[in-house]
Design a protein around this ligand. Sequence first.
Ligand code: ASP
Length: 582
Amino acid sequence: MYRTQNCGELRAENISEKTTLSGWVQRSRNMGGMTFIDLRDRYGITQLAFNEEWDTALLEKARKLGREFVIQITGEVIERSSKNSKMPTGDVEVKVEKLTVLNESKTPPFTIEDDTDGGDELRMKYRYLDIRRKPVRENLLLRSRVNLAVRQYLANLEFAEVETPFLIKSTPEGARDFVVPSRMHGGEFYALPQSPQTFKQLLMVGGMDKYFQIVKCFRDEDLRADRQPEFTQIDCEMAFVEQEDILQTFEGLVRHLLQEIKGISVEEFPRMTYADAMRKYGNDKPDIRFGMEFADLKPAITGSGFSVFENAEMVSAIAVPGCAEYSRKQLDALTNWVKRPQIGMQGLVYCKYNADGTFKSSVDKFFNADALKNWAEITGAKPGDLILVLAGNTKLTTKALSELRLHMGEELGLRNPDVFAPLWVTDFPLLEWDDESERFHAMHHPFTAPKPEDAHLLDTDPGKVRANAYDIILNGNEIGGGSIRIHDREMQKRMFTILGFTDEEAQKQFGFLMNAFEYGAPPHGGIAFGFDRLVALLGGEEVIRDFIAFPKNNAGRDVMIDAPATISEEQLKELTLAIQEN
Ligand code: ASP
């Protein structure tokens, strides 16, 4: 038997018992005639004690152990003379009587401690060592707990977990597909699913009623920070539901997770239309942990003679609480911040609403105290606040002011990772015009139903049609999104036409789905959550990589196994992919 207990288990009540433990040598400390070793496993750390007065040979043996050696010990649990209240096992230590080296270890390339000296790439290359570190280990254990809590909630509601295939057919869903060459059908390819979308809809046609799956999805997207080419979704679909049923079911899931994992009960679960989210926050995934809503200053500035404002399509402001005393230097820094190429503004106008009720702005030449007071009224600024104004074309200014708002929220510590503020955003536009390809794209995906009351606009003004779609947002992150689906063949066909498919193309790519709709497809809808991000947020972080056991780096590589990699000439030939030489 390798162990009677694990390394996180022993307490004062075990004193004078015999124990056998196995684990890794985290650290050893030699002091005079004594050596102390921290023995680590997944469950914790237990201190081992060796003393020349007890056994000199054993002490010598202990002193030869290197970091990360795997050992087994047997001994007696004794009371520690200097207790460590920070460790659950800190009241006791083990007086070792027998020591077996189960395996030696080379000196690890970085320290296996909470704060490691290893850089990202190195830690990724030796991910199995990184996983021994408590922060990574805790993240993976958190992921496992969230996983179980999701299954528990959905199983309670009679959702059935059904697996869908990974080797499917290439379909357009926004991103590029990863493809897999078929050996048996030379020149033909499978694609890895970007999501199980069509399959889950077919499960509804198949009468499964409530489906879920915690499933890998694959998207061959260009490199972006914190994107993984393979990621995990909690994918769900329900039959005979309206939007309201879905929203209630899945805000229930989020409530359940916050309760189970964080012990937090969510009071409110607000809903906001896309139009309102854009108007108030300039963002379809607003962080509502703090205010600073957009205020439209355009009506208040006409006739001022300040041409920057007069000529701008949009002039909007936010009132930043308590920042009226910002120094010249701080204001210059903010101006430079909005002028960075990533933000791209020409400049920033500010107005201090001083605590004594006076105003001081960067445009005093054009606006007197009355005008500035009007700004304060429009933005809701109070004495002591700082009003920040951006002006320019609507698209750029909206985005810039949204970024500035988040930046100020961050600066003021208003984006507290321990506060959870979820909300639904609904009523997205169904279609998005793409200037490049000169056609409409589905904002969500081509299977999303229009809002019934807007369907009549499909032929006359498709850009105005709102989708029966919803996103669930947590702390400024989209954690999930879905829609009520089209379940009528004619409507689906019409949608493909609007999206620029010919009938033949639509039939070739999605004939299987449209055919299924001819055999009694029930009304249905669903949602998918980004599992990696959800877990990261529950872990109080926004970077998903450390919540994935074996992630890819930012270049999409697995630096541990070194993938992607070339394959042999033999394999290429078999797959009919070999380049013919002539
Ligand atoms: N399949 C969609 C996605 O991956 C989610 C859904 O509509 O359920 O975004």
